[in-house]
Design a protein around this ligand. Structure first.
Ligand SMILES: Cc1ncc(COP(=O)(O)O)c(C=O)c1O
Length: 385
């Protein structure tokens, strides 16, 4: 007899299609893996060294639920330096990953039967984190228009009904690279204020942006009276995916709830990881700029390769490191990604993994060296032509 989870909301969750596909290639060293969303290079040495030193000093004890105060102060200083913001450590909760930040943010505000409105396609973990709590998720489509992804704000607002408790917005977006501009963010915030809705903003890709230094953020628009939670992470900007370190920015009065919820989810984060985070914030700016410059160059190469393929439609991303493209005639993205894997030896994420709005698309992570990407594009050319 198969033993299953008891909670209906857990039973209803679907496994990730990206994992499902990549599991079929375990042990195949010939595959060029462009399906996962992470920088190809390891964490910079100076960040690794900070963690090693802390470990050698014996920093192996429990830590405060909200994170060590030096890291919370460093995060406030980092954001105040980047944005027109006036944050302090009291606005910050450090979390073991952006994913956990998202999960505990939703635990604080979403109740069973609430609706959460989410622009989509989107990284599947966002809707899943709400659904696991028994919330209904309502997806509002991002659509390509004039070569770029757009969100129709009237459509977003119309999707918010009586039982909607929150807007959950991932900008810059995984997988499309779409991002809100400042004026759109202001309109969304005004709408949330007017309708007394929570705003949860996932800004994990805020530093990987191609025509400016940082993406428009809700951080410089919210006040202490707004019902907001902003999710961020060290994973992408500082190439720290495996470390599991993220943070939430929230009104000071909400931090006490986050502290309690943190205690009962993970209690605290390993001190050497947090100390590595402080070093990343203080000395990591050059690394962010260099890696973004590298991704920008590779993006240009992907654009020109796709330009030569008339079957491929590629609305260019403004941020993040994904090419989300459609291939004329492809209706089943999972079956096509399987075919690309089998015939071309390239691992892509099927667009359907990001919701029904992603069907027909494929996601390629271009955080990779140019020669490897050129090889992948060359190997895929016959199938994409
Ligand atoms: C949109 C988005 N938010 C959050 C995360 C979570 O990042 P992490 O849990 O590694 O901090 C990811 C990771 O891929 C993501 O794409």
């Amino acid at each position: 007899m198969a033993i299953r989870a008891n909670r209906p909301s857990v039973q209803a969750l679907q496994p990730s299609l990206i994992r499902k596909l990549s599991n079929t290639a375990i042990g195949r060293s010939d595959v060029i893996p462009l399906w996962f969303g992470e920088p190809d290079k390891p964490t910079p040495q100076f960040i690794r060294q900070a963690a090693k030193d802390a470990l050698d000093e014996g920093q192996t004890y429990y830590q405060p639920n909200l994170g060590i105060i030096e890291l919370r102060r460093a995060l406030a200083a980092y954001m105040n330096g980047l944005y027109e913001a006036d944050l302090c450590a009291g606005n910050i909760a450090v979390t073991p990953s952006g994913m956990t930040a998202l999960a505990i943010a939703l635990q604080c505000i979403v109740a069973e039967g609430d609706a959460v409105v989410i622009p989509s396609p989107v990284w599947p973990n966002l809707p899943a984190a709400a659904e696991i709590l028994g919330a209904e998720t309502v997806r509002v489509p991002l659509r390509p228009r004039c070569g770029r992804w757009r969100l129709d704000l009237a459509e977003l607002f119309a999707a918010c009904k009586k039982h909607t408790s929150a807007l959950l917005i991932n900008s810059p977006n995984n997988p499309t690279g779409w991002m809100l501009d400042d004026a759109e963010q202001q309109l969304i915030l005004d709408f949330c204020r007017e309708r007394d809705l929570w705003l949860i903003a996932d800004e994990v890709y805020s530093r990987i942006v191609y025509d400016r230094v940082y993406a428009p953020s809700f951080i410089d628009k919210v006040t202490e009276d707004d019902k907001y939670l902003i999710v961020n992470s060290f994973s992408k900007s500082w190439a720290m995916t495996g470390w599991r370190l993220g943070w939430l920015t929230a009104p000071k009065s909400l931090i006490e709830s986050l502290e309690i919820v943190s205690e009962f989810n993970f209690s605290c984060i390993f001190a050497p990881v947090q100390i590595a985070g402080i070093t990343a914030l203080q000395d990591g700016e050059a690394f962010i700029r260099a890696s973004t410059a590298r991704y920008r160059a590779v993006l240009e190469a992907v654009k020109s390769a796709f330009n030569e393929l008339p079957r491929v439609t590629f609305p260019a991303p403004q941020a993040a490191f994904y090419a989300f493209f459609a291939v004329d005639g492809v209706a089943d993205s999972y079956a096509f990604a399987e075919q690309v894997l089998r015939e071309c030896g390239v691992g892509l994420a099927p667009g359907a993994a990001f919701g029904p709005q992603g069907e027909g698309y494929l996601r390629l992570c271009f955080a990779a060296d140019a020669p490897l990407l050129e090889r992948a594009l060359e190997q895929m050319r016959p199938l994409l032509s």
